[in-house]
Design a protein around this ligand. Structure first.
Ligand code: BES
Ligand code: MN
Ligand code: ZN
Length: 493
């Protein structure tokens, strides 16, 4: 794990393996670059000139022999024309700087952000460093790479940002620890990351934060039957993997204070069941537990940050598979709420497991319930992979989540939640069907869940498009939307 900290020395007096300072368009120096230039008697400016450094965002220039400064090396990073780096550029810069430090096999990187909005830039840079240094190696076998050299990242903050920086850094570091945990669970293959394993990971998480007022209950099939979660259990019919219902309770607030409840879809593999999925890219369905992974990541970050709030994390974990006992299209089941459901498509399983968790959430008399799920391909068609979909019965709740998403560049786009769409879920044989037609598939899925979320303020996050990259060098879990949700909680402190 990388150690992040703040330091107070001037850029030129900073003893470190590599110091990173910003230069704008037209080789205009930032405050930190100015300091290095002065100490080196103009050698920095001369080096920029001979390298014809453009200053564009994303550009990097390593310098090795700058006289008069304490650092061994310098990395100049481009900051464009503005006084602040956009969130996306700051993250990419953090990523680029960390990657360069790793390439040079250095242990310590010291970054000086721009003078304005330095705290936000630092937060994004921390995420960028995580992007560049996160490794999945659990099942890589003999091709697993050695751990990256980078051990310490320090931020030298301008005077005006010094006060807000420590708290912000703490939140960011906890956030990337959460995101890296979410990525780890997501990237684990489905033969490793079973519902049973998720239950074990939940207990391990609580154990490793034993000072944090965090506890967990892991329920097995028997306990789930006792709760009457007939809809959830219908999805487990075709699988040999036993299900788990995991309840995290974090008690940082006053006793009896209404908690925020997070609910995560934890389908550890989604074959589609009898309504089987096509073969191409079916491996992606190991990431169908990314909502659950998000709840794990958020709980980890919050256990580290210890906010003065009560938080509940519910994880519904099972496998959607096929055998002789598997649910057949047309089968009807009774949910925990008492409402019956005709399962017309066994591949619309996410809503079937979430609806019972939403009913379970009522017992906490929550201030808000937020579910997170890789729920529909239709949401990916609608929004692509930059924004997750957000559906909510409460404007203020939606607005707060959207604001946190914007701030962390972990965005949500509001989608309609309206009674008009409910009719399509009508069934002649049950209170509702689990699917409507192809039209508005993400919306009708949300409308299904809405029928179980009538007793509290609720938001549904459809993260099918954002939870992972499905191909290429970057193929893997993204850790989204942990950053937005941690910010959402911490903004209430
Ligand atoms: N897990 C899928 C949704 C999904 C699709 C996630 C693509 C990530 C990428 C979900 O269980 C599912 O299969 N949904 C169906 C619903 C349909 C049967 C109404 C879908 O989107 O096709
Ligand atoms: Mn499915
Ligand atoms: Zn699914």
């Amino acid at each position: 794990m990388i150690d992040f900290s703040l330091r107070a020395d001037h850029p030129s007096n900073t003893k470190t393996d590599v110091v990173a300072v910003a230069v704008h368009d037209n080789q205009k120096l930032s405050w930190a670059a100015e300091d290095l230039d002065k100490a080196s008697k103009g050698a920095l400016k001369a080096a920029l000139k001979s390298a014809a450094f453009s200053g564009g965002c994303g550009k990097l220039l390593p310098l090795f022999n700058l006289p008069g400064i304490s650092a061994t090396r310098v990395l100049v990073y481009g900051a464009g024309e503005g006084k602040v780096l956009a969130a996306k550029d700051a993250r990419a810069t953090g990523r680029g700087l960390a990657a360069a430090a790793v390439e040079l096999e250095l242990a310590e990187l010291t970054i000086f952000p721009l003078g304005e909005d330095a705290v936000s830039a630092m937060q994004q840079m921390v995420m960028g460093v995580s992007d560049a240094t996160y490794r999945y190696d659990e099942t890589k076998g003999i091709s697993a790479k050695p751990k990256p050299s980078l051990k310490r990242v320090r931020f030298g903050m301008p005077e005006a940002a010094a006060k807000a920086a420590p708290a912000a850094l703490k939140v960011s570091v906890a956030t990337i620890h959460g995101m890296e945990f979410t990525k780890y669970l997501g990237n684990l293959p489905a033969n490793f990351c079973t519902p049973t394993r998720l239950g074990e990971e939940a207990k391990k998480l609580v154990k490793s934060h034993d000072g944090a007022a965090l506890k967990v209950t892991v329920m097995d099939r028997k306990a789930i039957e006792k709760l009457g979660m007939g809809s959830f259990l219908s999805v487990t019919n075709g699988s040999d993997e036993p299900p788990r219902f995991i309840v995290f309770e974090y008690a940082g607030g006053k006793k009896g204070e209404a908690p925020t409840v997070f609910v995560g879809k934890g389908v550890t593999f989604d074959t589609g069941g009898i309504s089987i999925k096509p073969a191409p890219d079916m491996d992606h369905m190991k990431w169908d537990m990314s909502g659950a992974g998000t709840v794990f990541g958020v709980m980890k970050a919050l256990a580290e940050l210890k906010p003065k709030q009560n938080i509940v994390g519910l994880v519904v974990a099972c496998e959607n598979h096929i055998n002789g006992k598997a649910t057949k299209p047309g089968d009807v089941f009774t949910s925990m709420s008492g409402q019956t459901i005709e399962v017309l498509n066994t591949d619309a399983e996410g809503r079937l497991i979430l609806c019972d968790a939403l009913t379970y959430a009522e017992r906490f008399k929550p201030r808000a319930v937020i579910d997170i799920a890789t729920l529909t391909g239709a949401c990916v068609v609608a929004l692509g992979s930059h924004n997750a979909g957000i559906f909510s019965n409460n404007d203020a709740l939606a607005d707060s989540l959207i604001a946190s998403g914007k701030k962390m560049n972990d965005r949500f786009w509001r989608m309609p939640l309206e009674e008009d769409y409910q009719e399509a879920l009508n069934s002649n044989f049950a209170d509702m069907a689990n699917v409507a037609g192809r039209e508005g598939g993400a919306i009708t899925a949300a409308c299904f869940l809405w029928r179980f979320a009538k007793k509290y303020d609720w938001a549904h996050l459809d993260i099918a498009g954002v939870a992972y990259k499905g191909s290429g060098k970057e193929k893997g879990a993204s850790g989204r939307p942990v950053a937005a949700l941690v910010d959402y909680v911490m903004a209430r402190e």
